[in-house]
Design a protein around this ligand. Structure first.
Ligand code: NAG
Ligand code: NAG
Ligand code: NAG
Ligand code: NAG
Ligand code: NAG
Ligand code: NAG
Length: 618
């Protein structure tokens, strides 16, 4: 069992881009890029069986290999494959291609989806080795996440509406979209409601049922029911989770998530300060946690009831574990595939923070939030340890991975520091009310939450040095970091930020998610919005740039030249404000990077610089 799973994971790692394993014959399809050309290869146990030079065939443009649209799905008969690619400009039927159209602007789907504009669904027929583009997708949607319906005579896909114009999709689970079914003869039918946001359709192994996410709910859809669109809610929104209970669905479903008997679904999701692993039974709709140790659990896949998960905690780097889905009343017996080569020696504790009455949100009263204090178990030489406050963006909880990477890279240095990720109200894992509580209150509620958590922990833990506190964050976390050094200039000794929001008013003209600029300050957004002085004033008033003159802490800025979510000009605005006041500032500019600054050399550069910056100023 171990060997097989390891092989499966190795192939997952090796073919991270776009690959699909056929369920019966074990054929692997891989889309690979070489010398600027995209190839589709079909492999079996003996080796390479077929190769299609997709670029040379000119049926479509670049194949989509992103997590948003990308897919590579085998039909039941294993004779057909489908994937999504950019529409061929030459086969455009709506507009006649003319020389004068060469410079016409093409909208795309924003940050991390640059040049992805008009996807088409492509089908490969392995019996006669043909590649074709499916016709019949409604012209007002961009299709993606496609899969074969049972019988292989039709495909199911998510269509994102691109009228009146495209807004950024990455991290935005609220974009108007619907589920469609398209027959190979071009007949298309909408399966879900019209004004919803859907994603992650996953077919049960028996082919009877589809589940998908609809906003923050998970819906069961019976495919064969004669009464059309027979749906029921499998997992509902959790407004205010009870202690220890499931808190809602906050992330995409893995591509395999069904049990072999088509009765249960496995998924991971944020719960308070961690990501946990859950199983839901479609009959009882009961949700059970499957984890046995405290930490972050990410489901990689489920194959014939064997789950592969990736687990980590402050003391363990990401580690693969496997276990079979339990029968009723049983627990999972988890096996670690490979003991981590190194573990860390941190002390860590969870802190629950309750805002004081004056900081309670009257609309969503009684919400608390959490934070995790991670510190070296032995203080080196010194009595008191510096504290690095770590702030993530809203509505996601990815701090742990970064923290682990950071510790891996700079292990000796991290012995001197303690880390303090704060999951202020508005973070995922605390229920829908917590998320809604932040709408209209950015720049105040979230800033006060972080400061409250930091002050409380410094008062309660005398091994921490209140005179050496730094703050680190990216995106909205960068926005909060800059607010903190601006609003509490005596308190923080250093600041390091990645692609921070500095001036939400100027950002509203350039961000791929302009709608969030309005809703985050409590204003309604519509596509035909014209900015008003009042709206821009509301955005400016909540922005850290208004406190820039008070900043004294040295600020390290790390900016991606191609960031389309938070323009690098945001960071430059702060850079100029600080430079003109002779306030210490250092700017790292990564011309080829986007919002996530995720290129490998960029990550190494950022972490090294951040650690040196903290070390120098603490
Ligand atoms: C794919 O086709 C292109 C264009 O015809 C050609 O230049 C390239 O060498 C081909 N690649 C492979 C691996 O066959
Ligand atoms: C588009 O058409 C032109 C002229 O017909 C041809 O030269 C070019 O190679 C075609 N491009 C693609 C991507 O098919
Ligand atoms: C997008 O397309 C343009 C023009 O073909 C190209 O120069 C650019 O590198 C592409 N950008 C990305 C991120 O693929
Ligand atoms: C290949 O086979 C499919 C289905 O069997 C058929 O629809 C298509 O026309 C065939 N293409 C060619 C070029 O023969
Ligand atoms: C969906 O929204 C669009 C635009 O907001 C509106 O025109 C349409 O009537 C709505 N459809 C339904 C079924 O509510
Ligand atoms: C499952 O684990 C829980 C918590 O560790 C324990 O209380 C329970 O007895 C276990 N159940 C079985 C059937 O082993």
């Amino acid at each position: 069992m171990q060997k097989c799973t390891r092989a499966c994971f190795v192939s997952l790692l090796l073919f991270r881009s776009l690959s699909g394993l056929s369920p019966t014959r074990g054929l692997r399809a891989v889309v690979r890029e070489t010398g600027g050309h995209q190839l589709l290869e079909i492999w079996d146990g003996q080796g390479l069986r077929k190769c299609f030079n997709l670029t040379a065939l000119k049926k479509h443009g670049q194949v989509y290999d992103d997590a948003q649209f990308g897919c590579l799905s085998w039909s039941e008969c294993e004779n057909k494959l489908l994937y999504v690619a950019e529409k061929n400009k030459n086969t455009s039927t709506e507009t006649q291609d003319r020389e004068s159209d060469r410079s016409v602007y093409r909208e795309d789907w924003g940050e991390a989806l640059t040049n992805k504009s008009s996807p088409v669904i492509c089908v490969v027929n392995l019996q006669n080795d043909t590649v074709g583009v499916l016709q019949g997708v409604p012209t007002d949607v961009s299709p993606g996440q496609a899969l074969w319906a049972p019988g292989s005579q039709s495909v199911i896909f998510v269509g994102w509406y691109h009228e009146p114009f495209r807004l950024g999709l990455k991290f935005c689970s609220n974009r108007r979209s619907a589920l469609f079914k398209l027959d190979l003869d071009g007949h298309c039918e909408r399966l879900s409601g019209d004004n919803l946001s859907v994603s992650c359709p996953r077919l049960s192994p028996d082919g009877s049922t589809l589940i998908y996410l609809q906003g923050k709910t998970c819906v069961l859809f019976m495919l064969n029911s004669l009464t059309s669109s027979e749906t029921s809610t499998l997992l509902d929104v959790v407004n205010k989770p009870q202690p220890g209970e499931f808190a809602g669905v906050y992330e995409a479903l893995p591509s395999s998530c069904w049990s072999a008997d088509s009765q249960r679904v496995v998924f991971s999701s944020a719960r308070r300060n961690w990501r946990d692993l859950f199983m839901v039974d479609r009959r009882s709709k009961k949700v059970t946690s499957l984890s046995d140790i405290y930490g972050s659990w990410k489901l990689v896949t489920v194959q014939r009831d064997l789950m592969v998960v990736c687990c980590s905690s402050p003391n363990t780097p990401p580690t693969l574990r496997v276990g079979f889905l339990p029968s009723a009343g049983e627990n999972v017996t988890w096996r670690t595939l490979q003991q981590p080569a190194l573990t860390f020696d941190f002390l860590w504790k969870i802190l629950d923070v309750e805002p004081p009455p004056e900081e309670d949100n009257t609309q969503y009263s009684g919400l608390d939030f959490g934070a995790i204090l991670v510190k070296p178990s032995r203080a080196l030489h010194e009595a008191r340890i510096p504290l690095v406050v770590f702030i993530h963006g809203p509505h996601w909880c990815s701090w742990l991975k970064s923290l682990m990477v950071c510790c891996n890279l700079v292990f000796p240095v991290s012995l001197f520091l303690s880390f303090y990720p704060v999951n202020y109200r508005g973070s995922t894992g605390f229920g829908q009310n917590s998320i809604l509580s932040l709408i209209g209150r950015i720049g105040s509620q979230d800033v006060k939450d972080v400061q409250r958590a930091v002050v409380t922990t410094l008062q309660n833990d005398l091994t921490l040095d209140p005179k050496r506190v730094a703050v680190f964050g990216g995106s909205h976390g960068g926005f909060l970091s800059c607010h903190l050094v601006g609003q509490y200039p005596e308190f923080y000794r250093a600041c390091a930020v990645r692609n921070p929001v500095i001036n939400a008013a100027t950002l509203s003209g350039t961000s791929d998610i302009v709608d969030w600029r309005y809703t985050s300050v409590g204003l309604q957004y519509s596509y035909d919005q014209i900015p008003t002085a009042e709206a821009l004033a509301a955005m400016l008033e909540r922005s850290p740039i208004t406190h820039a003159a008070q900043i004294t802490a040295p600020v390290l800025l790390m900016l991606g030249g191609r960031d389309r979510r938070v323009s690098p000009h945001q960071g430059l605005e702060l850079y100029k404000a600080l430079k003109s006041r002779a306030s210490p500032v250092r700017l790292l500019w990564f011309p080829e990077d986007g919002h996530s600054l995720s290129r490998v050399d960029t990550q190494a550069d950022c972490f090294l610089n951040t650690v040196l910056w903290l070390y120098q100023h603490l």
